[in-house]
Design a protein around this ligand. Structure first.
Ligand SMILES: *[C@@H]1O[C@H](CO)[C@@H](O)[C@H](O)[C@H]1NC(C)=O
Ligand SMILES: *[C@@H]1O[C@H](CO)[C@@H](O)[C@H](O)[C@H]1NC(C)=O
Length: 169
């Protein structure tokens, strides 16, 4: 009896040790997975480009966003939050970041997509700095794991430029 419960206990301890080891290894393999997401963004149309009554510039655009973020998904991924931002510098700020669009991706299947969209959040500059402005599109992602730490990274897509003049179409 004594020996049975001792053995059962030893077996349990052994199983828990193995389980802990497997978790640690799984977590490690998750760290070793080096994701390689790809994305392309095109401006399909500038729908409206104007100076607001308070003097701030605002532009409304239609975009084609294609991305393959499937490599971010592992056994341990709960979901991925992505957002697209316009990043540019002005004489007063070295980095201005304007979030244009975001999405929660719940599954690996949905991590590969090509969508045509209008900016979901307003592209407004606190000033009159957008005419002829060069900017980068950056696709940021936050990977929310089932266990362990969240991690974030981004892709920079350089080489965008806004029109030289306002339009009211
Ligand atoms: C959007 O971009 C993808 C990838 O570059 C391309 O295959 C697709 O034809 C584009 N769609 C539009 C509407 O331009
Ligand atoms: C845009 O991207 C280029 C190339 O990655 C980088 O050198 C530049 O600093 C970026 N501009 C801004 C405003 O972040």
């Amino acid at each position: 009896m004594h020996s049975f419960s001792y053995r059962a206990n030893a077996l349990l301890t052994f199983s828990l040790t193995i389980l802990a080891l497997m978790c640690a290894m799984a977590s490690l393999t998750d760290n070793f997975n080096s994701p390689s997401p790809t994305a392309t963004v095109q401006i399909l149309n500038v729908n409206r480009f104007q100076k607001r009554s308070n003097g701030d510039d605002e532009v409304a655009i239609t975009l084609n966003v294609s991305a393959d973020l499937q490599s971010l998904f592992t056994w341990n991924t709960k979901q991925v939050f992505v957002f697209l931002a316009a990043e540019y510098s002005t004489p007063t700020n070295t980095l201005n970041q304007v979030s244009l669009w975001d999405r929660i991706i719940p599954t690996k299947e949905e991590a590969k997509f090509s969508v045509k969209l209008k900016n979901k959040y307003k592209f407004i500059d606190q000033g009159s700095n957008l005419r002829g402005r060069d900017f980068n599109m950056t696709l940021h992602w936050h990977v929310m794991p089932k266990t362990g730490k969240m991690f974030a990274d981004k892709l920079v897509l350089p080489g965008f430029r806004l029109p030289e003049s306002y339009s009211y179409r």
